[in-house]
Design a protein around this ligand. Sequence first.
Ligand code: ZN
Length: 642
Amino acid sequence: MIPQSKIDEILQAATIEDVVGDYVRLKRRGANLTGLCPFHNEKTPSFSVSPAKGIYKCFGCGKAGNSVNFVMEHDGLGYIEALKSLADKYRIEWPQQENVNIDQEKALRSEKESLQILNNWAAEYFETQLWEAEEGKTIGLSYFEERGFRQDIIKKFKLGYSLEGWNHLHETAIAASYNEEVLVKAGLVKKNEQGKTYDAYRGRVMFTIHGHTGKVIAFAGRQLKKDDKSAKYVNSPETLLYHKSNELYGLFYAKNAIRQNDFVYLVEGYTDVISMHQAGIENVVASSGTSLTENQIKLIKRHTENVTVLYDGDAAGIKASMRGIDMLLEQGLNVKVVPFPDGEDPDSYSRKVGAEDFGTYLKKESRDFILFKVKLLLSDVANDPLKKAQVTRDIVESIGKIPDGIKRMAFIKECAVLLDMNEGLLITELNKTRNDFLTQKEKEWVPTETPKVSLQDELKELLKDEPIFEQERYMVKMMILHGHKEKEGYINTAHYILTTMQALELEFEQEAMRLLVDEIKFMLQENLPLSAAAFINHSNPLISASTASILAQQNEASKKWTEKYNVPLISPEDNYLEDIASNLIYLEKKQLEKMEKLATEELKIAIEKGSEEEVNFSLELIKLLKEKQKELSNKAGIVILH
Ligand code: ZN
């Protein structure tokens, strides 16, 4: 680790106007400097530098950061390399023992690049074998065609074939001057104890795995022979490019459709994803065999809050995966399930009934997970009071995982009817599981790690300037600028904001903001001083860049809602506490409006489907949301005209 004092020293010498000024012609405009963005093509300047804050931000492409971030981005360097290059340029002594680190970082980066180049080559190699080699055509291609995959779909997903022989890929790769060590690291070639090398995927059809930015990061090879005793799928090992638990198969191809539909289908296997694309349903991703991880759920949350789970088989099959589904609830996602007839999965069923009927089936048969669970578990209970008590606890536990209190109440009300139980009793039970659950969560919390290699792709994803996040970005900005200031009854202002938001069950949704909030919590916990400089100079480049991005933003949001809700505009500098309080109300109100809109849509669908319990649930939820909004308006003295 580079000591923070060294980072501060470097950033003090390498001022932002100096560092950027070497590449961009800057003109003064008020307190800031502006110029043409070096990261995207533009004719009128939207690139802004603030010497006072030590940051840059482009309002065209959204790139932002401090001097180190600029060098990372501009010169394509890793974090430590960028620091070192600035230290050299500004003649600051570099700590001796850190040379190891920088070599390591360089080595990691070049290993990552070699793996990427090799993977790109291998994907093409497997495709060529499938389409051109005799063996590939008769065995691989005919297998996919038997499964009913169209040629355009086979090409779209870069499906391929790996020949039977022991060394075909190995020899071809070496002849094309690829390095053997990298071949082994990528898992394309294996080495036995005698040091003999052989192809990893012999006689298998190949699935190319793309990362969420579209890069080829791994492969999975499926066996074709029935008497084969080896694993059904052989997967790439974990590499610098591929961390299985952080990826969802198909996400790259699903992104746009997920945003358009505002929900995603979650399936189990590669072929489920491909079949659904073929049926014209593109908002689909697979956890690819493993049980769902927290990182995968976070990845989903970047794109939507609504998930429909399509797991293999009937009710019993879903019962087996209920724990995994609870994890989705925990992360605040709205979960639905679609059961399939016994023995069918999305792949087999879509082939059986055809694209059109399959689409209709999904729409008609999707049901709310909790209500589905209640009915399913109740069907086993008969008149056994012990079993019923168990089922009740089980269901209340699932409800307890939902972060939103209003939704929890609506579920409790509807479940009380379905279970024929007293509502108060269920609430008592709910509060118990909630407390256990919250203590458990607190124990699990760990601060974020410092990334070792450059993370340009990550930054781009994290920092999208989406207007829906404007208000929460503002809240984080307030904590960074004013968090250290006193607030009666709290450790400080940041503590006040965090405690209040938690009490209101308001979550930070944008990933970069969660990263910053985690850091603020960590600093509070460790009693470290909060300041803008601590965040701008932070040793985690994701934190410094995210901070720069929100600090550079003018607060237009506050003006907008002032006009809309007729609340006087207060300058945050003069009266940040009142501004924070208004913002809290605004955030809460926006969340309620969003939930009500969603619940109204759900109600329409439930009426169409004729599902009594779902209709009742939606009505209950809408009623609760309206009450809550009224309460809120009274509190704020806001006149709501609609
Ligand atoms: Zn730009």
